[in-house]
Design a protein around this ligand. Sequence first.
Ligand SMILES: C[S@@+](CC[C@H](N)C(=O)[O-])C[C@H]1O[C@@H](n2cnc3c(N)ncnc32)[C@H](O)[C@@H]1O
Ligand SMILES: [Zn+2]
Length: 186
Amino acid sequence: MPIDTRAIARILHLMLNQPTCYLAPNAAARLKSHREYGVYAIAPIVRDELIAMFGGEVVTQETFETLNERLRRLSLQIQENLFLVALNEGPADYVNHSCEPNSGLLGQIELVALRDISVGEEITFDYAMSDGSDYDEFECECGAPNCRKRVTGRDWRIPELWKKYAGHFSPYLERRIEKLKREQAS
Ligand SMILES: C[S@@+](CC[C@H](N)C(=O)[O-])C[C@H]1O[C@@H](n2cnc3c(N)ncnc32)[C@H](O)[C@@H]1O
Ligand SMILES: [Zn+2]
């Protein structure tokens, strides 16, 4: 069989250049401070609309802990022992946290609008929806009146968030929350 060099070149080009994530055309990343990026609505977004799809290499916690800080802060925990690492980072990887977010997870990797979002608004989600360990903890600067001040890998345990984000926690955290509820009830 002849070697299809054009197909191989196309695959290599995608592997090297294509971001591992997807960002909808009505959102874009831009600098929000001298070194921090954020993602903003550049056209109206309606409630439940898909905003982003996170992607990357799936690695175990053991491998994850060997990675540099930059890669780890752009990663997403998707299971008890698994992380999605953006080797080819792209605009969707720059969605920041807010304690009063306008978007939320659907499953492990989809980000959907929790309400209608106007042009110019920053797209944010609450990292409590995805993070179940301490790989990305920081002092929060979201500025919301209900800001928790510090974002930690234990925030998924806050009961008020269970109701607020029902259906928008990563599935592995949904399972943890159900277990915690059963333990608290018995
Ligand atoms: C997935 S990155 C988000 C994109 C990041 N702003 C950038 O330019 O690379 C996650 C990191 O962004 C920063 N970050 C996200 N939300 C934040 C917030 N509400 N307050 C302060 N820092 C935040 C933290 O340093 C966190 O580790
Ligand atoms: Zn906050």
